[in-house]
Design a protein around this ligand. Sequence first.
Ligand code: B12
Length: 216
Amino acid sequence: MATKEELIQELSDAVVSCKKDAVIAAVEKAKEVMEPSEIIEKGLSAGMNQVGILFERGKLFLPHVMMAADAMTAGVKLLEAELPVGTESKKLGVIVNGTVEGDVHDIGKSIVSTMLQSAGFEVHDIGRDVPIRNFVEKAKEVNADMIGLSALMTTTLQGQKEVIELLKEEGLRDKIKVMVGGAPATQAWADKIGADCYAENASEAVAKAKELLVRE
Ligand code: B12
């Protein structure tokens, strides 16, 4: 029987190998002893980060990154069915979540949506490369308590600030909280643009959303 550390390594290696079959096999094995959120965060995401490092160093090329992304997505899809369905009779809050304009990275954003949903929030995932105005329009349409903004590139981070500015212009800033995330985002950035919170990963996003939206 493999140890947890070995399973985590296998999950990560499977993503780096860019092979969907290897990822699915590793997830099936890990499911027996690990929680889905742990498989995603400690195993699959670690592998994807490794892919990012190899890409940066010129050791992997874009087609490989795309294959690794596909393989990771297949693993996450397999686990979605295992995540608890939000069982609260009353939803914890309504959240609109998406990746800002100009940015097609959506793996992390989708994990955040899935985890928030399974924690009991009503989540409206509006996808990737989403125009600034659409975040605000969707939030109005569904009467959102919070907007989640993902950005994976330094060049698209600015979009998070623009959504906050548009909320202010529309007089909605006091009613709608804003949570930012994505690899280049930091707590310092969140403070600078006046976001209500920053979360480094999906588990932290759930904890922070609860802190901000759930009142006993
Ligand atoms: C996979 C990947 C891709 C895939 C994306 C597939 C997809 N469907 O998402 C593809 C191949 C399409 C791609 C394309 C490009 N990519 Co790319 N990509 C990556 C890579 C390797 C991994 C990203 C990832 O999925 N990580 C795994 C997930 C689980 O982690 P995550 O996204 O960080 O999400 C977690 C947290 O950040 C957080 N989080 C995420 N979103 C949110 C939202 C909220 C509200 C909260 C609270 C938290 C939160 O929680 C998540 C779960 O724990 C990164 C490298 C890296 N280190 O990030 C580069 C990277 C982001 N890409 C990069 C680049 C340059 C590009 C391209 C421009 C390449 C090109 N020359 O065409 C294009 C971008 C096109 C565009 N307009 O967007 C650069 C960005 C550099 C920069 N300027 O900052 C990076 C950093 C690589 C590098 N070092 O050069 N890419």
